[in-house]
Structure formats: C-alpha cells, structure tokens
Design a protein around this ligand. Sequence first.
Ligand SMILES: *Cc1c(COP(=O)(O)O)cnc(C)c1O
Length: 224
Amino acid sequence: MNNEQYKIYIDKVIRRVEAARLKVSDYHIVKIVAISKYSNSQDIQKLYQIGQRAFGENKVQDLKLKIKDLDELPLEWHFVGNLQKNKINNLLDINPSLFHALDSLELANELQKKLLAKDKTLDALLQINSAKEESKYGVMPEDAKNIYEQIVTNCPNINLKGVMSIGAHSDNKEVIKKSFDTTYEIYKSLDGASICSMGMSGDFELAIECGSNMVRLGSIIFNK
Ligand SMILES: *Cc1c(COP(=O)(O)O)cnc(C)c1O
C-alpha cells in the first residue's frame, strides 16, 4: 500500500475504535498499541508518519532489532510476549515503556532482583488467563488480586499499572465477552490500576465495550 492508501485504511480502524469507546462514554479514552510483529521497519515508519507512536512486539529479539533500526524516531515500545527468564536482562536493557505479560509471582521476583541490580524500574501489567485456557499464559482470575498485591508489596522496582488479557479463543461472542468481563472486574478491584489492556484485531470492539482502555492491534492495523 502507498501512504495515502495506508492512511485511509488506518482511519477506518481508528473510526471503529472511536465508535466503540463512545458507546462506553465520552470520557473513555482508548490507546492503540500497534503490534508490529508481522511487519517490518518500513511499515512502522509509514504508521509513524500518520501519527502512531506506540508499537509492540512479542519477541525480545525482534523488539531489540526494531528499536535499533528505528532509533531516530520518538516511538514508545511495548513488550507484549511471554518473557523467558533467560531473556530478562535483554528486555531490561532496552527499557521498554510497558511490559504487558507479567504472568507469575516467580517472574516478578526474578525481575525485581535484576531491576534492583541495574537500578532500574519497569512499568508492567499482570497478565490474567481469564478463560483458564491451557494454551495461555497468565495467572488464574481467582488468584489475580492476591498476586497483584504481593507484587506491589514485594517488588518495589516493578510499577504495576494494571492488567492484560487475551480474549477467550472461541467463536461464541458470549464466551469472549465473559473473559473480558472477568478481566475488567479484577481491574476495577485493584487499587491504583489505570491500564486494562485487552482486545486484538478480532475482538477489540467488544473488549472496549467491556472496559478496555488499551487495545493491541496487529493484523488489522498493518493489513497483514
Ligand atoms: C500478536 C499479538 C497481538 C495482536 O494480534 P492481532 O490479532 O494481529 O491483532 C496482541 N497481543 C498479543 C499478546 C500478541 O501476541
């Protein structure tokens, strides 16, 4: 696509986000994080030229390469993937603006140790496996509040900002909605949480209507 076609295409996505957020309220602001994992630096540059600033990746190595490649642009980089322990140092060295997938107390403790040693802090979201799916990472909904509070207490170098969840893998809209409602309920119960990251290309309107204020859009925004 050329730049003009790209702009028309992205405008459609933004209008859909806009319509969904207005169903919640005039004051419900939703941030779009463009997930660039299927895309190259050129695609990211095109999106930057039409105003997008927040991008996300799900592999530490890819994040590192793209940040390096695009380091002249004032972009905000999110890490949305599962983090293996042996990749912690690599991730912290890139200073991501938000880590969406903190998924256990054990990982939090490991991060805390490394953050302390590096004299750094990390903004993060607790990932919730809201539909209790085998295939997904995240803490169980019934444990989420307790784990969140333990991380806040025990890991002063991690700034927990809220929660992240991936909608249930289902063709049934009610089942997906239930997974978003579960996540939103937990989010509302947390003191000081300000980010509820849920909704991807296939389900972002429903996620926003359920209270999401951060959507992670990959295929739909890059037309892949
Ligand atoms: C890939 C990915 C997305 C974006 O997925 P799309 O369906 O392409 O929008 C969002 N969140 C996470 C955690 C991802 O890995």
